[in-house]
Design a protein around this ligand. Sequence first.
Ligand SMILES: Cc1ncc(COP(=O)(O)O)c(C=O)c1O
Length: 350
Amino acid sequence: MSQYWSKLVHDLDPYVPGEQPKDQRYVKLNTNECPYPPSPNALAAIHAAADERLRLYPDPNADELKDAIADYYSVERANIFAGNGSDEVLAHVFCGLLKHDAPLLYPDISYSFYPVYANLYQIETKKIPLRDDFSLNLNDFSSKNGGIIFPNPNAPTSMAVGLDAIETLLQANRDSVVVVDEAYVDFGAETAIPLIAKYPNLLVVQTFSKSRSLAGLRVGFAVGHPDLINALERVKNSFNSYPLGRMAIAGAAAAMRDKEYFASTCQQIIATREMTVQKLTELGFSVLPSAANFVFARPPAGNAEALYLALKQRGVLVRYFNKLRINEYLRITIGTDDEMNTFLQILAEL
Ligand SMILES: Cc1ncc(COP(=O)(O)O)c(C=O)c1O
């Protein structure tokens, strides 16, 4: 705290990211990164972009990347917004599309950055409780609102909702923006992007950090009606005109074009997830049905915090949230088969 801080800074409640430890090598299952390297084409494109042109500013509109995303999803360049990680995209969404007179609705158990952005931009919010089994009932998002946001699959619960439920929600909320945060969609849920043609109030946000193995490059994007995209461009160009560097644009575009590599790593993670779920269940854990690259599991004795600490001591990092309703659960990222076997073996010993 300091006398030089503005009142806004005094009142902030910043997000705390999962640990990125430097002290030793861990089996790192705590931040939902992909255990496989990025597409070789992405790495080659990043290397090729690292030349004398770095003295120039990059393309402020990241058109090469927008075109690669537009091609992949059969939409137009005008439907795409790109930013420095989906966290930055989400920040612009909160600022530009979700601050209205009525409260913003989001699930009580959800991505913990949402309340941080709401606080930063002074947006009134109302949390809608998940059901007792942690499933998301979109029919509960029925009160008057200035916007709705939820992840699909949800984080940290890993559970997905279907497109019919999303479409019903969109029909019932034509006057507000509905944001579907699809950070984990490629591991088993269905994207809502095809619905943007029918619903000008739908915005879908995705990231290159998970299924495309590029968390270190910081690239995220949103897909929606050009009017929504224009709002985001206006916010972005009032904040930082060049959120993506030359290497990020080239690398992410190449990753998007490499459909085969993407499909094979996603399939591998899904297979490892199913093996992990089975073994955790055999060890007595209750595991929520996962459509993501992580599982949310309750140890038989509910002693999640003690287990988190014991695993850490043995060199395995998972994520523990000391929060109401979920403090008996661990969020475990799916790593390689070897990493998961090490984790499961240590768990059995503990
Ligand atoms: C639900 C959800 N949305 C968005 C993000 C942000 O991802 P990034 O900023 O790396 O694109 C995360 C990261 O963990 C997430 O869990």
